[in-house]
Design a protein around this ligand. Structure first.
Ligand code: SF4
Length: 151
């Protein structure tokens, strides 16, 4: 991957096609619960021009991971955020030490990088939904690989 470049094309997994009510049915939760996950920063649904939320297959996978961590592993939303904050995005995207000094994801490691307020200039201009760090962190196996920086 080029340094700090987000070049992946939108594939079928990433294509936003499901409305919030369909996504909620698919994982057997309420629409309110999906909104809560979004306001907690665990998921970033695509927004249409009319601000309607749409979810992709990869989003459904991410929601499945959230449900698994809650139901099977007993984590709460704060615990899931902490787990995702362990992903060293600065290594994956090869950020410079100057970039790292500006970035709360690097400095605080309290929240996943796509939630933090202060990011480096390059990340601030990027669409996190299209970033490999965000896209890949939708399954536990991938989260493990990201944390260990494995291919
Ligand atoms: S998900 Fe967003 S904040 Fe995190 S590395 Fe990617 S572009 Fe940067």
């Amino acid at each position: 991957m080029d340094k700090n470049k987000i070049g992946d094309k939108i594939d079928d997994e990433q294509r936003p096609v499901f409305t919030i009510s369909i996504a909620a049915k698919m994982i057997n939760v309420s629409v309110h619960t999906l909104r809560l996950y979004e306001s907690s920063g665990l998921i970033i649904p695509q927004r249409t021009e009319s601000k309607r939320r749409l979810y992709s297959r990869n989003d459904i996978k991410r929601l499945g991971l959230i449900r698994y961590l809650i139901e099977e592993k007993g984590l709460n939303l704060a615990g899931i955020k902490l787990l995702l904050s362990l992903i060293p995005c600065w290594k994956i995207r090869k950020c410079s030490s100057k970039d790292q000094k500006k970035c709360d994801a690097f400095k605080t490691m309290k929240e996943p990088c796509w939630i933090v307020k202060n990011k480096c200039d390059l990340c601030a201009a990027d669409d996190c939904r299209e970033c490999p760090v965000y896209k890949k962190s939708a399954s536990l196996d991938e989260v493990k690989k990201l944390i260990w920086c494995e291919k």
